[in-house]
Design a protein around this ligand. Structure first.
Ligand code: SF4
Length: 900
């Protein structure tokens, strides 16, 4: 497929491109550029299940937003010209400033083969060590924690352990939304075999709905809790002295420091802010259940003490010998689909390749294997430091592949400004426009999902194939092909003479086994002789793979680790105070994260109306106490500010988070919101060991935003952005066949009306305007079809109902429908469904509420009544929350009735 040839219409088994669960999917192309996507029943990560994002993959394949041709300075060019230009510019920068003036910023979305070639070109041939990736923002602290404890970046366990554990502890992980298929697996074990679930997270999230114990601890106090557990286990004689003595080292210093910092339950309760009885209950659950799996994710990793948090968790597993055995062990849940594959090939600045680093021995080995003329001599700059170096002018050329750092990096405004200082910014991308490519000097169209051919590795070390099933859009090419062409123009064609992804994979596999006598755990030499067809047909396999066909489910089961002594290391972990404490100016802590139905900066999930139906606007969750103090109302607008930037988003006033904390999702960008880019607010403080930025605790303040008028525009075509100074907020999302823009304006009715009218397309108009009630409604019709409709008014949160949304889909409106347009509903119209909860069956909260009020007392009963929650299951936690809320309200009403 490297030449962009026509894909066939047969069904293809491939892998979901979103989260680190790495679900297998089966795609059947329709021959028109789309495909039907279902879960692969044979894939060991999901056995056929998909979450809402995976289920909607077939709706995100439109070529409408694709970058189709190479561009230099905005002008379309052919591939030869584009790759020659990139090569000559890289050569110029290298000659003028040296190789270290060149950097690469990669992505956990890339396939292993693309990652391998980028790393080889940069570190082996150009000679720059500055190759980092957005995976630095995702799991670098887990990598560092694994290396400190085990001597290698290895996840010891596997997903099967979740099926046999008696206790699953979720730490800093909204698993229900961010790893939904694993969450459903945990819930199934909970229902069928009584597995207990503890959720450790400052916020009550959808994950909490399926937990037996919720620990809403204070931000940054995780190490104290786990140190306390270590001390308690030792005090109760629940440690495994035999395992500690035979297979570990440095236990005593770790325990001594833990005793000093978290010696009693009351001390732990004080520092974590948890009720002492909850701390006790957690410790007792851990003590009573040898089969325990601790899953950790971004709430652990994205912290200035992320590595310490990881080691504090691992310490407890080592102390009890509960590691790498069925149903037991620490399990890092990777955010991205190929964060682990990127680590395997050295996609991080502090790694070389095949889990090797920059020691003289490993440098020499890689240099010899690659026949590399300019092997980088030392570690490069990690993400935050890399963009700082760009800002200082030390890096002159940057090649960004598959990432959008102008949105996702901490201090994203500073990142965006730094990009404009580069002499060369090459962006290899799938979409034509994003916040990063706006500054690009060269844009190169890369294969998207469905066109890509290669491998990814999920959170349980399972290597799976991503197989192509679509004809590539325009002139798009595989990332490895683009990199290899540039390498060829630079004179290194022999070393980059790849014909296919298979050729790259076997070279990567061979390097992993090259002079590896067991000191490097990452070894897939058993796959180094794969033929093209064997590679094509490769079944999911967990590394290490030492011999053909031999997968490894668990690593370190024999108690032999990858440290020089072969013993696992306890790490003495102090409870460091959060460096970035709040102040009078910034009294809140801003926590960032993901929502259920969107992925990263929405360049793909944002293309389907189904996934925008659940949450369509940027928002911030704020505690009622903080909201009241700032005059912020639920559903109103809130301005969030930090020392680095500001955002204006919708306020969700809720006590799900702790007072003093505010939560906002990361997905919105300048492409779909006026000021929803949360990365712009986040500070750049990073973990000193892993370099992973702290995206969970930026000092912030919140204030209410005044807006006299609000409204929406539904349009079949994308309309110009509302850029008038009186427009204090807008957000844009996909709506079935068109676009929904919601907005708020703080100005006079006359000015607001003129802003909206100027934005509407040409065509026959039906208009109603009444200045006395500040109401304006206008519909634009073309050949009997509704092209656009705008509502402007004074009530906050003016939103279109389902009927009005559906009118954009109609070829010809009936007369009675035309008459009802400006009312927004039919005179005898059914009540609106309310916000969509179940995106698969498009069931709104109102319908679910009716089912519950009619007597449904379980998710199964609700499913039978209205189908909600019966497909992918991603909405089940939310239905559970509605059920609990109803039960609480019913209980309160009963008490009230008794009193009366
Ligand atoms: Fe994709 Fe969802 Fe599976 Fe993650 S859980 S890999 S997003 S289908």
């Amino acid at each position: 497929m490297a030449d962009g040839s026509q894909a066939s219409l047969r069904s293809v088994r491939t892998t979901c491109p979103y989260c680190g669960v790495g679900c297998g999917v089966t795609a059947v192309p329709d021959g028109l550029g789309g495909a039907t996507v279902t879960g692969d029943t044979e894939h060991p990560a999901n056995f056929g299940r998909l979450c809402s994002k995976g289920s909607a993959l077939g709706e995100t394949l439109s070529p409408a937003t694709r970058l189709l041709y190479p561009e230099i300075a905005g002008t379309r060019v052919d591939w030869d010209r584009a790759t020659r230009h990139v090569a000559s510019e890289l050569q110029r920068v290298r000659q003028n400033y040296g190789p270290k003036a060149i950097a690469f910023y990669l992505s956990g979305q890339l396939l292993t083969e693309d990652y391998y070639v980028a790393n080889k070109l940069a570190k082996g041939f150009i000679g720059t060590p500055h190759v980092d990736t957005n995976s630095r923002l995702c799991m670098a602290s887990s990598v560092a924690g694994h290396k400190r404890a085990f001597g290698a970046d290895v996840v010891p366990g596997c997903y099967d352990d979740l099926d046999t554990a008696d206790l699953v502890v979720l730490v800093g992980s909204n698993t229900a939304w961010c790893h939904p298929v694993l969450y459903q697996r945990i819930q199934k074990a909970r229902q069928t075999r009584g597995t207990k679930v503890v959720n450790i997270d400052p916020r009550r999230t959808a994950t909490s709905e399926g937990a037996d114990l919720q620990l809403s601890l204070a931000a940054g106090s995780d190490t104290c809790l786990w140190n306390g557990l270590l001390v308690w286990l030792a005090g109760q004689n629940l440690i495994d002295a035999g395992y500690i003595s035979a297979h570990t080292e440095d236990f005593e210093p770790a325990l001594a420091l833990a005793r000093e910092r978290a010696g009693t339950i009351s001390k732990v309760a004080f520092h974590t802010g948890l009720p002492a009885e909850d701390v006790q209950a957690f410790f007792e659950l851990w003590g009573a259940n040898p089969r325990v799996v601790s899953c950790y994710s971004q709430g652990v990793n994205q912290s200035i003490q992320g590595t310490d948090k990881v080691n504090a968790i691992i310490n407890c597993h080592l102390a009890t010998g509960r590691i790498a055995k069925p149903g037991m062990g620490p399990l890092s849940l990777t955010g991205q689909p190929n964060a682990m594959g990127g680590r395997e090939v050295g996609g991080l600045a502090n790694m070389l390749a095949a889990h090797m680093e920059f020691s003289p021995r490993e440098r020499e080995l890689v240099e010899r294997f690659w026949k590399a003329p300019h092997l980088a001599e030392h570690e490069g700059l990690k993400a935050v430091a890399l963009f700082d170096a760009i800002d200082r002018g030390e890096i002159k050329a940057l090649w960004v592949i598959g990432s959008n750092p102008a949105v996702s990096m901490p201090r994203a405004n500073a990142t965006r400004a730094a990009l404009s200082k580069l002499e060369l910014l090459v962006v290899s991308e799938v979409v034509h426009a994003n916040d990063t490519s706006a500054a690009a000097t060269v844009k190169l169209p890369a294969h998207g999902w469905g066109e890509k051919d290669g491998t990814v590795t999920n959170s349980e070390r399972c290597i799976s194939r991503q197989r192509p099933f679509l004809t590539p859009a325009g002139d798009a090419r595989p990332d490895w092909w683009i990199l290899s062409r540039v390498a060829g123009h630079l004179g290194w064609g022999d070393a980059f003479n790849y014909r296919s992804a298979a050729g790259i994979f076997v070279e990567h596999a061979a390097l992993s086994g090259f002079e590896n006598t067991g000191e490097r755990v990452f070894n897939i030499a058993g796959l180094a002789d794969l033929s093209e067809s064997a590679y094509d047909n490769l079944e999911p396999v967990q590394w290490p793979v030492l011999e053909p066909g031999r997968s490894t489910q668990r690593v370190f089961s024999d108690g032999q680790f990858a440290t020089p002594s072969r013993r696992a290391r306890f790490i003495a972990v102090a409870r460091t105070l959060e460096r970035n404490a709040t102040s009078d100016a910034y009294p809140l802590l801003l926590n960032t994260g993901r929502i259920r139905d969107q992925w990263h900066t929405m360049t793909r999930t944002g293309l389907t109306a189904r996934l925008s139906a659940h949450i369509s606007e940027p928002f911030a969750e704020i505690h009622p106490t903080d909201a009241a103090a700032a005059g912020i109302e639920d559903g109103g607008l809130v301005r969030l500010e930090t020392a680095h930037g500001a955002a204006v988003v919708k306020a969700v006033v809720t006590d799900r988070g702790l007072a003093g904390a505010v939560f906002a999702p990361i997905h919105w960008s300048a492409q779909n919101s006026s000021a929803g880019r949360i990365g712009a607010l986040v500070h750049s403080a990073a973990d000193p060991v892993s370099g992973q930025p702290d995206l969970k605790a930026t000092p912030a303040r919140a204030s209410a935003v005044e807006a006299a008028l609000s409204g929406f525009i539904l349009s079949a075509l994308e309309l110009p952005i509302l850029s008038h100074p009186d427009v204090v907020y807008w957000a844009r999302s996909k709506n079935q066949t068109g676009t929904l823009t919601t907005f708020a304006i703080d100005g006079t009715f006359a000015v607001a009306r003129s802003i909206i009218e100027a934005c509407l397309p040409h065509g026959a108009r039906l208009t109603m305007s009444d200045a006395r009630v500040a109401g304006f409604r206008s519909a634009v019709l073309c050949d009997g079809r509704l092209e656009a409709i705008a509502f402007l008014g004074s009530p906050p949160n003016l939103q279109p109902g389902a009927w009005l949304k559906s009118m954009l889909m109609r070829d010809q409106l009936a007369p009675f429908e035309r008459l009802a347009l400006l009312a927004g509903e039919l005179p005898n119209g059914a009540e609106d469904a309310g916000p969509i909860v179940c995106v698969c069956h498009q069931v709104g909260s109102r319908r679910i509420g009716e089912a519950i009020a009619a007597g449904c007392q379980s998710t199964e009963a609700v499913g039978l009544a209205c189908s909600a929650g019966t497909n992918c299951g991603s909405c089940v936690p939310e239905i559970n929350r509605m059920l609990s809320g109803y039960a609480v309200r019913a209980g309160a009403a009963k008490k009230q009735a008794v009193k009366i």
